[in-house]
Design a protein around this ligand. Structure first.
Ligand code: NDP
Length: 294
C-alpha cells in the first residue's frame, strides 16, 4: 500500500495565523481598533494552564489584545459569573472564553449560558450550538476544534459534499459539533460512541474519519477504508520511559497502521491541536470585525 499524505496542521495553522495578523493590522489602520479576547481560567490544572498560556501567547503574536484573568480554585460560581458579566459589558472585549473543565463546585452549563452569544468565541453557548444544528441558520461562532477539522480538510483539497463521514465520539465540544458541521457541509454522517456495536465496521465505510474518542490508538489501520481522510483529534498521554518527560502524546488512531492505508492523515501532535488555537484567533477577529464594522 502507498503511504498517506500527512496533513501538516502546524504549517496550515501558521499560514492562518499569518492571514489573521494581516487582517488585525488592516483593522487597526482603517478603524484604529484592536480585537480583544478575554481568556478566563479557574484553578490550577496543569493541562488547562498550558492551553491557556498557548492561547494568550498566540493572541500576542497576531496582535489581538488578551485580557488575562486567573481565578483561584475556591472561587464561587457567582463570582465567576460576575466576571463573565463584566466582560459582556466591556466594549474592548470582543470575545471571551472560559477554559474548561471548571472545578466541580461550579456548574459549567450555568457559566457558559451567561456568555453573551456575540462574544462566545468558543461557540459553546446553547444558542450557537442550536443554530449550528438547524438548517438555514448560522451560528455566530463555530466551535474551534471542529472548525479546525473542516479547515484541515478544505485546505488539503478534500471535498466533503456527498462523502460518508464517521465521527467517533459525541462530546459537546468535539464529536457533536463536528458531526453538525459535516452535515452542513453535505456529508452523510454517522456518529459512533461508547455504546455503539461493531463500530469498526462502521468506520470501514468512511471516506472521512474524525476520531475524537480520547482512547489512545483505538482505531486500527485495518479499520480504515483505503484512500480515506483521517482527522485525529485525540490527544492522549501514554507512558514512554524513553522520553525525558516519561510520556508521549498519541492520537485515537494507530498512526503507523492507518497511514499505510489512508489517503490523508493528521499526526498527533501537529495535526488538529495547532488548528484549534488558529480557529480561536479567527473567531476572535471575526467577532471584533462584526462589532467594529457594524
Ligand atoms: P470526551 O471524553 O468528552 O468524549 C469522548 C467521546 O468518545 C464520548 O462521546 C464517548 O462516548 C466516546 N467514546 C469513548 N470510548 C469510545 C469507544 N471505545 N468507541 C467509540 N466512542 C467512544 O472527550 P472530548 O470530546 O473532550 O475529547 C476527545 C479527544 O480529543 C481527547 O483525546 C481530547 O484530549 C482530544 N481533544 C483535542 C483537542 C485539540 O485541540 N486537539 C481539543 C479537545 C479535545 P460516550 O458519549 O458514550 O461516553
Amino acid at each position: 500500500a502507498t503511504a498517506a499524505t500527512v496533513i501538516d496542521g502546524k504549517a496550515i495553522a501558521q499560514e492562518i495565523r499569518h492571514e489573521i495578523a494581516g487582517e488585525v493590522k488592516e483593522l487597526y489602520e482603517k478603524h484604529a481598533k484592536v480585537p480583544g479576547l478575554a481568556v478566563v481560567i479557574v484553578g490550577s490544572r496543569k493541562d488547562s494552564q498550558s492551553y491557556v498560556s498557548m492561547k494568550r501567547k498566540a493572541c500576542a503574536e497576531v496582535g489581538i489584545r488578551s485580557f488575562d484573568i486567573d481565578l483561584p480554585e475556591e472561587i464561587s460560581e457567582a463570582e465567576v459569573i460576575a466576571k463573565v458579566h463584566e466582560f459582556n459589558a466591556n466594549p474592548d472585549v470582543h470575545g471571551m472564553l472560559v477554559q474548561l473543565p471548571l472545578p466541580k463546585h461550579i456548574n459549567e452549563e450555568k457559566v457558559l449560558n451567561e456568555i453573551c452569544i456575540e462574544k462566545d468565541v468558543d461557540g459553546f453557548h446553547p444558542l450557537n450550538i442550536g443554530k449550528l444544528a438547524m438548517k438555514g441558520r448560522e451560528p455566530l461562532f463555530q466551535p474551534c476544534t471542529p472548525k479546525g477539522c473542516l479547515e484541515l480538510l478544505s485546505r488539503s483539497g478534500i471535498g466533503i459534499k456527498g462523502k460518508r463521514a464517521v465521527v467517533v465520539g459525541r462530546s459537546n465540544i468535539v464529536g457533536l459539533p463536528v458531526a453538525l458541521l459535516l452535515i452542513k457541509a453535505d456529508a452523510t454522517v454517522t456518529v459512533v460512541h461508547s455504546h455503539t456495536r461493531d463500530s469498526e465496521n462502521i468506520i470501514r465505510e468512511a471516506d472521512i474519519v474524525i476520531a475524537a474518542s480520547g482512547q489512545a490508538m483505538m482505531i486500527k489501520g485495518d479499520w480504515i477504508k483505503p484512500g480515506a481522510a483521517v482527522i485525529d483529534v485525540g490527544t492522549n498521554a501514554v507512558d514512554d520511559p524513553s522520553r525525558k518527560s516519561g510520556y508521549r502524546l498519541v492520537g485515537d488512531v494507530d498512526f503507523d497502521g492507518a497511514s499505510k492505508v489512508a489517503g490523508w492523515i493528521t499526526p498527533v501532535p501537529g495535526g488538529v491541536g495547532p488548528m484549534t488555537i488558529a480557529m480561536l484567533l479567527r473567531n476572535a477577529l471575526d467577532g471584533a470585525k462584526r462589532k467594529i464594522m457594524q
